[in-house]
Design a protein around this ligand. Structure first.
Ligand SMILES: [Zn+2]
Ligand SMILES: [Zn+2]
Length: 82
């Protein structure tokens, strides 16, 4: 049996820094801190503008408004859950 496409699983938009050192620090944040981090526009470690990526496929996005990932088709769940 050939699997055509993996079923779309919910993903979320992650914020990361272009700098790999910062990205490492960000990955070590507690979930609470990470939630706060998601509201940031600039990296608190190097002041660079943060980039948005799909948690599922790690591809870069250019809008927070997306409901679905243009790269893997995952639906973005509202992290606030409203
Ligand atoms: Zn940074
Ligand atoms: Zn994706």
């Amino acid at each position: 049996m050939i699997e055509k496409q993996a079923p779309k699983k919910p993903s979320s938009i992650e914020k990361v820094c272009h700098d790999s050192e910062c990205a490492e620090r960000i990955s070590l944040l507690e979930p609470d801190q990470l939630n706060l981090f998601k509201t940031f526009t600039y990296c608190p470690y190097c002041a660079e503008e943060l980039m948005l990526i799909c948690q599922n496929c790690r591809e870069q996005l250019n809008s927070f408004e997306y409901k679905y990932c243009p790269w893997c088709g995952s639906e973005f769940k509202d992290p606030e859950g409203k």
